[in-house]
Design a protein around this ligand. Structure first.
Ligand code: AIR
Ligand code: ASP
Length: 322
């Protein structure tokens, strides 16, 4: 899939059109911004890390039933995504008080909230992404129906319920994070944007060390090392999948075994029922990968390079858990 036209350039990503009108390519940039781009810098390789981290997290979410815009990772910096119309609301989920919550309401830094909270911010750089309530979102027309706000909240809480234990397994506390949602061509609200240390806060479970963009916001330094640490920790969280590969000769390629069986079936009286027989082979692999889509991508590579003779054979892949 090739990038065609640059459609949009955000602070962390560029978005390109492709030959498929329902698919875009998101390119992850190395730019770092904070406080609505009043503070800017670059960190070589940050985009590559965020692409990799987002890929793993979107995979984990989709394995757990969350619909996202993620289709596949194309290369180091690029991700193929579904085209969506972004809803201009930043949905923030918080488990622990810090950042603007502490500043705005004086809730002590580091206090575990008795229950996770969801907040809405109006996505508008010129206005500094102001916090809004449901009624603001409706009267400003940010959503078409007020029920859509409920969907955003429910989805955001589900994402939190999946990701909190996921990161806890590798010694990371998920402090808070920001999500963006969009509507796909069927009008369905799905998770979009990215999920990375640019958009989440992670604290090391034992040392409390910050492993996210706060290292840049607060001039702590070691931004890239921290992002790399997050990536390396979650990379080991592989799961077992079964990949079932079915391989057949392409239409038009002579399948003599199939022909022979077809003929034999004909002489047994099935000639009126059976019109064609193709005999293929099935390969079942146990693979370990970060998500179903990761397992599928790896199996596809194995098919292309060894398992199938793609000049004369077609194949399909089914991935099941365990
Ligand atoms: N966030 C908000 N706007 C942009 C981003 N990335 C994220 C922060 C933090 C959470 O939302 O990275 O994880 C809450 O941010 P704040 O500044 O409101 O405390
Ligand atoms: N407001 C966001 C942040 O502080 C992004 C930005 O300001 O560029 O992380």
């Amino acid at each position: 899939m090739e990038k065609l036209e640059l459609l949009y350039e955000g602070k962390g990503k560029k978005l390109y059109s492709t030959s498929d009108k329902n698919q875009f390519i998101a390119e992850f940039k190395d730019d770092l911004t904070a406080f609505n781009a009043q503070k800017r810098s670059q960190e070589l390789g940050k985009g590559i890390l965020n692409n990799e981290i987002s890929t793993i997290i979107f995979g984990e979410l989709s394995d757990n039933g969350i619909k996202t815009h993620f289709l596949k990772k194309l290369n180091e910096r690029d991700m193929l995504v579904k085209r969506v119309n972004i809803i201009p609301i930043e949905v923030v989920v918080r488990n622990v008080a810090t950042g603007s919550l502490t500043k705005r309401l004086g809730i002590p830094e580091g206090r575990e909230l008795t229950t996770p909270i969801v907040e809405f911010y109006y996505k508008n750089d010129a206005m500094n992404d102001p916090i809004i309530n449901d009624e603001h979102a409706v009267i400003m027309g940010l959503v078409d129906k007020s029920e859509e706000l409920e969907t955003l909240k429910v989805q955001a809480r589900k994402v939190n319920d999946i990701l909190k234990p996921f990161f806890a397994k590798v010694g990371l506390r998920l402090i808070d994070f920001k999500l963006e949602f969009g509507k796909d061509q069927n009008g369905e609200i799905i998770l979009a944007d990215e999920i990375s240390p640019d958009s989440c806060r992670f604290w090391d479970s034992t040392t409390g060390e910050k492993l996210d963009k706060d290292r840049f916001r607060q001039d702590i330094g070691g931004v890239k090392v921290a992002y790399e640490e997050v990536k390396n920790r979650i990379l080991v969280l592989k799961k077992g999948y079964k990949a079932i590969v079915n391989i057949f000769l392409k239409e038009g390629v002579l399948d003599s075994a199939g022909k022979a069986v077809n003929h034999a079936l004909g002489s047994l009286g099935f000639g009126e029922t059976v019109n064609d027989v193709r005999i293929g082979r099935q390969i079942v692999l146990k693979v370990s990968a970060n998500s179903k889509s990761d397992a599928e991508a790896q199996t596809r590579q194995m098919c292309e390079s060894l398992l199938a003779n793609t000049v004369i054979e077609d194949y399909n892949i089914e991935i099941i858990n365990g």
